[in-house]
Design a protein around this ligand. Sequence first.
Ligand code: MV4
Length: 447
Amino acid sequence: MLKRVLIANRGEIALRIIRACRDLGIECVCVFSEADAEAPYLKLADKAVCIGPGPASQSYLSIPRIIAAAEITGCDSIHPGYGFLAENAHFAEVCKDSNFVFIGPSHEAMALLGDKISCKQMARKAKVPVFPGSDGAIEDPEEAIEVGKKIGFPLIVKAAAGGGGRGMRVVRTEAELAPAIKQATQEASAAFGNGAVYVEKFLEHARHVEVQVIGDSHGNAVHLYERDCSTQRRHQKLIEEAPGPGIDPKKRDDVCKSAARLIKNAAYSGAATVEFLMDEKQNFYLLEVNTRVQVEHPVTEMITGVDIVATGIRVAGGEPLPFKQKDISINGHAIECRINAENPDRNFAPSPGTIEQFAAPGGLGVRMDTHVVPGYRVPPTYDSMIAKLIVHAPTREACIRRTKRALSEMRIEPIHTTIGLHMQLMDNSSFKKGGMDIHFLERLLKK
Ligand code: MV4
């Protein structure tokens, strides 16, 4: 059992982890940068330690400073949250070598699944559907041309070390293929220090369906059903929901079991998300595995009743999963709206500043995960997400109505936010029908 967790993150997810530690009766220490020195959630931790100046490279991304903070405060474990160092296998290894439990997978499992080429190989072995394409890394553009001849265009070139939309290139003709591979290789070497690239069939119209999974160190792996995250702009999700609207129960079973099989085969411990693209016929193909707790984990918590963050902490401490697959079922529907300090009318330009008026919605089925309080100053230094509204109801229709009700109760002023856009989306006919694909929001914003 873990006794004291160092929280190596900030904002709403730091608060989410503080709450999980409190619920488990575990102590927690939160790090902070000079830009977050006044943040109110720090008072809710047992202790808070300043680890450096605002820029993340000198604070939340500094491995020596975080390890030093854990040592000084007598922590036995480190929770990375999401973003920053959460998917850095070197950091996970340094934690272990410094005798701290990393709350997440082993660095080996993280590296295996974090590399998209080895992840795809693992998936093939586990009989998880992947896009047709090159067997592994492309050594010579000729190989990719052969793939193109065999499976046809369009293709997509992806970097093994990429992810979340970074290091990708769509190729529509054979002539474009060799230059695209050359460029992608150069960019990937410069950006990730790993120039390995691969090609696969490019799917034009698809939904983003991802499966929440969790494993323990005793070989157990359970899925917590899927989320639909198709409503996104430039790879930034805006709305997530669970379960995925319109997914056939047979397909659901198939995609969720595939995800659980993959992490079981990888001997994975902790929470993970297995991302898929799903076409109109509900065929699905693996995209990548996120080896961390995700921003949108609350919608899954609402429909399953599982505390994903607390469970991740318990399995990191060596406990077996406290539930079996048969104990997990879907109850109702949940929608998450990301509230960002951005101006949708100015191309989503960041809108930092002091929040003078702040009113959070409430009532049955309404959850706000936020570190914001009245008078909070949103620093310009970090990600613009300031709150997540999570709404639960018996059906999707009731959930949309309740989300509108909650959005209408919410007040965040005078900064610009995405609240108005969410209100518009809840009234959008395509959204109401559940007919979104990954290009839906960008199409809508062009109009
Ligand atoms: C694809 C794809 C189409 N075909 N792979 C983008 C993020 C990264 N996780 C993978 N991505 C994509 N991979 C094949 N074979 C389309 C995308 C994609 C996308 C995926 C999920 C959510 C939004 C997206 C937006 C544009 C492209």
